[in-house]
Design a protein around this ligand. Structure first.
Ligand SMILES: [Zn+2]
Length: 284
């Protein structure tokens, strides 16, 4: 499996997808979407692997959903990199316990946070510090939903992210629309902040990001199954590629190497490339 762009093949990972079971269908008619479904769709789109986290479910603590993530990664270890999802509103102690379980016992590879669905402020230190501390201790990244709400503004997220310079922070959807300029600004100001491409769809904003921070700080993502994989792949591999004159080394970074380096983990067990610069601050 490999992604074909022009005449070359690239190992390609989706940095943003969802798995899980819900009682009611999502906007696109999907109620249950598990590893077999994701792998089938990855195959159809020519992608090797996907980072996946639970579908949104307000008011839950995601303990069941996080177990599903571990089970699905165990079934597809070379195709699915599972992150846990945390609802910080259960309080700092519950958050710390849940993260020890998810990142320790379950060996999940990162943390997903959605300030709007879980309704919290990403600069509220009491709720957020245990999350950054666990990310630091287990050396995993945090991915935030950004955009469509002032709670999910890159500026608010950057306030704490700037204090944890050794923790990679990925801005999912890079602000979507009105927050893209701010996402670009905070990614330029902070070595540990990265931008992810899903959902944002206006070419001038995409180009602002690609030109503003460069391809070493951008990760391809789809937000599948909400968005069809081919639509999000072609947005980058065809349309941004043409407008921003991307070269093979750019595709390599955006579709895989930046993420692998942030994760410090490669599902194929290869040596993880060192292409970006998360500062090597001692773990405390
Ligand atoms: Zn999503």
């Amino acid at each position: 499996m490999a992604l074909r762009i022009n005449d070359s093949e690239f190992y390609a990972i989706d940095a943003h997808s969802h798995l899980g079971r819900r009682k009611t269908p999502l906007g696109h008619g999907v109620a249950s979407f598990l590893g077999d479904d994701l792998v089938r769709n990855l195959d159809e789109a020519g992608l090797d692997c996907a980072v996946a986290f639970p579908l949104g479910a307000s008011y839950t603590d995601y303990s069941e959903a996080n177990q599903i993530m571990a089970d699905e990664m165990a079934k597809h270890p070379q195709r699915i990199i599972s992150f846990c999802r945390i609802n910080p509103n259960f309080g700092p102690e519950a958050t710390a316990r849940s993260l020890d379980h998810c990142l320790g016992a379950l060996q999940l590879k990162g943390i997903k946070l959605h300030p709007e669905i879980e309704f919290f402020d990403p600069n509220e230190a009491e709720l957020m510090e245990p999350i950054y501390q666990a990310a630091r201790r287990y050396r995993v990244p945090i991915i935030f939903h950004t955009g469509m709400s002032s709670k999910a503004s890159p500026g608010v997220i950057a306030e704490l992210a700037a204090r944890y310079r050794d923790v990679p922070v990925i801005l999912g959807h890079m602000g979507v629309s009105e927050y893209v300029k701010l996402a670009v600004a905070v990614a330029r100001q902070n070595e540990n902040i990265f931008l992810e491409t899903s959902v944002v769809g206006w070419m001038p904003l995409l180009l602002e990001a690609f030109r503003g921070v460069g391809t070493s700080k951008i990760l391809f993502g789809s937000d599948h199954p909400h968005n069809p994989l081919p639509m999000e792949v072609e947005k980058i591999s065809k349309h941004v590629a043409k407008a921003a004159k991307l070269k093979p080394e750019d595709f390599k970074k955006v579709f895989a190497d930046n993420l692998l380096s942030i994760l410090r983990h490669d599902p194929l067990g290869r040596v993880v490339p060192d292409v970006q610069a998360v500062p090597n601050v001692p773990i405390v």
